[in-house]
Design a protein around this ligand. Structure first.
Ligand code: FE2
Length: 308
């Protein structure tokens, strides 16, 4: 049983909201949609489509993940999801005040096995004004949700049970990096992955590793990369193509330290015909750090550091 339809929104925290506002609009092509009446001065809201918002930055610690918002289609589905979570011993809390702040009809809070705050919601607000990107970007959203999130988890087995068994996410495939640690790619819809998780050696669980936003035009990705290089936005990985989801993307470091993957061309998964494969590399080509080291070298050095 799968009530969740998509990763509907992501809320992160950061200390410099002005810098995020500039970067979000002119770097990523997001449309600022914070309330004009100052009702929520400590949150920057961004649109990527017809929704009132799908990505927000709350004033707080740099690099923090405030919540992943998972969407269900209806009130009845949300009730059914809560009942199944309760039967499995997962506590859920109705949060009507937070639903108002998030501009959704109903919102239930829960915590995943790594302590990540999850918000299950239905009834997202649609804006009457058309989405207009400052850079002309058109984002791939709709039934595929806002994009994807990748996070570290404390306990792989507990995460498998929670996301795949309880929430019913499909496992798309597994990448084994450096022959040492596995990344699991999951989704409730046709997007190759809405949530990927990994238990990297020496890293704490519950940390947001990156968020991916997908546009429908490779030129928009290239222009965003130019913006980053022109404006001294740090690049984590140069342009490359991922093995499993075929995304052509680069990774930059946002003003709060969170890495943003900005990509084009991700493949969709047809569950009727899909087979779960394993890969021994994350990219067919590229995704090198800016100093030009190979990804394999970067991973070897990271694994070496993790053992110290
Ligand atoms: Fe990604």
């Amino acid at each position: 049983m799968r009530e969740i339809t998509a990763l509907g929104y992501v809320v992160v925290s950061g200390s410099d909201l002005d810098a995020w506002s500039t970067f979000g609009q002119h770097g990523l092509g997001l449309q600022l949609n914070s309330p004009a009446d100052g009702e929520d001065p400590d949150t920057v809201y961004f649109r990527v489509d017809d929704r009132s918002w799908r990505f927000a930055v709350e004033r707080g610690a740099d690099g923090g993940l405030v919540a992943l918002g998972f969407e269900v289609a209806s009130d009845a589905d949300l009730t059914r999801l809560c009942a199944r979570l309760a039967a499995a011993g997962v506590a859920t809390t109705e949060a009507p005040a937070l639903a108002g702040k998030r501009r959704v009809g109903r919102l239930v809070q829960a915590t995943d096995p790594s302590g990540v705050h999850l918000e299950f919601f239905c009834g997202a607000a649609i804006d009457r004004a058309a989405f207009v990107s400052p850079t002309g970007a058109r984002f791939v959203t709709g039934a595929q949700g806002v994009g994807h999130a990748v996070m570290s988890v404390a306990d792989l087995a507990a995460s498998h049970f929670f996301y795949q068994e309880l929430l019913g996410f499909r496992l798309s495939d597994v990448i084994v990096l450096g022959g040492a640690f596995e990344i699991y790619f999951t989704s409730p819809n046709r997007r190759h992955h809405s949530l990927a998780y990994v238990a990297p050696p020496g890293a704490p669980g519950g940390r947001l590793e990156h968020v991916m936003l997908e546009v429908d035009d490779l030129d928009v990705v290239g222009r965003a990369l130019d913006y980053c290089l022109d404006n001294k936005v740090a690049i984590r990985s140069m342009l490359g193509k991922h093995t499993n989801d075929h995304m052509v993307s680069f990774y930059c470091i946002s003003p709060s330290g969170l890495a943003i993957e900005y990509g084009w061309g991700g493949r969709e998964i047809d569950e009727e015909s899909h087979q779960v494969n394993r890969y021994d590399a994350s990219s067919y080509w590229g995704h090198r750090p800016p100093d030009g080291r190979s990804v394999e070298q970067e991973i070897r050095e990271m694994l070496g550091a993790g053992r110290e």
